[in-house]
Design a binder for this molecule. Structure first.
Ligand SMILES: Cc1cc2nc3c(=O)[nH]c(=O)nc-3n(C[C@H](O)[C@H](O)[C@H](O)COP(=O)(O)O)c2cc1C
Length: 228
């Protein structure tokens, strides 16, 4: 089948677009409102975009009333946000934090989640989440779209502190099969990662870029300069 979004009909009972880019990691983003009340919401339009320094982004559509999402407004005003890894075990809490609550209601309390303080930024961390990034707000790129929800705020943040639970690490690596990170599919479907395999790019040196290791990238650059 073939269709042109906005021009021709896909002809299917459900729109297939979101199901084509899968699985999407969930940016479970915590922020503070102007009165310091904790806000927490899942954003599956989320990614890391570079590693030196580490930068992440989430993409917040406007709501059904054409209003900007609270997470965007808070991140911009406060200058920070925290990313919490969503896991299969935390799925029900993740879902509860997607509810639209009256302003001023603590979304950690709503989802029965314990808070952990951050070190470098003010928004709370989800204590039960195995990995959290403290992020300094960088900028928002606002892309116009169709009303009411199409216009989107793509919010970028620099990761300034990383917390990883000790029991989420086995033999020096994040134990993905144990953590079971939660991910979005299309429709109302989700998955979680519990299977991994390893593959290296042939003749790609020490693979610093693939590993996301600035130290190894610098090492490879030095080795290349020494050979030249
Ligand atoms: C798993 C999941 C992923 C979501 N991803 C997004 C997303 O990428 N962008 C978005 O605008 N809304 C997304 N939502 C909806 C928001 O979480 C929801 O609108 C929330 O109330 C926003 O809260 P806020 O206004 O406090 O930021 C998602 C919801 C769920 C359950």
């Amino acid at each position: 089948m073939y269709y042109e979004p906005g021009n021709t009909d896909h002809g299917l009972p459900f729109n297939p677009f979101k199901s084509c880019v899968v699985p999407r990691p969930i940016g479970w983003i915590s922020t503070l409102d102007a009165n310091g009340v904790a806000n927490l919401a899942p954003y599956s339009q989320f990614q890391n975009i570079t590693f030196d320094p580490p930068i992440v982004m989430f993409s917040a559509n406007q709501d059904i009333h054409g209003e900007r999402k609270d997470t965007t407004v808070h991140a911009e005003r406060e200058g920070s946000f925290v990313w919490n890894m969503a896991t299969y075990d935390l799925r029900e809490a993740v879902n509860l934090t997607a509810q639209s609550l009256p302003r001023g209601q603590d979304e950690f309390a709503h989802a029965g989640l314990e808070k952990a303080p951050s070190r470098l930024v003010r928004p709370w961390r989800v204590a039960a989440s195995p990995v959290q990034f403290e992020c300094e707000y960088l900028q928002t790129v606002r892309l116009p779209g169709n009303p009411p929800m199409g216009t989107v705020d793509v919010v970028f943040g620099r990761v300034v502190a990383i917390h990883i639970a000790d029991d989420a690490i086995t033999d020096g690596k994040l134990d993905i099969a144990r953590i079971k990170p939660l991910a979005r599919l299309g429709y109302f479907d989700y998955t979680y990662v519990d299977k991994t395999f390893t593959m290296r790019v042939p003749n790609a040196g020490n693979g610093g870029g693939m590993e996301g290791s600035p130290e190894k990238v610098a090492e490879a650059a030095l080795a290349k300069a020494a050979r030249a």
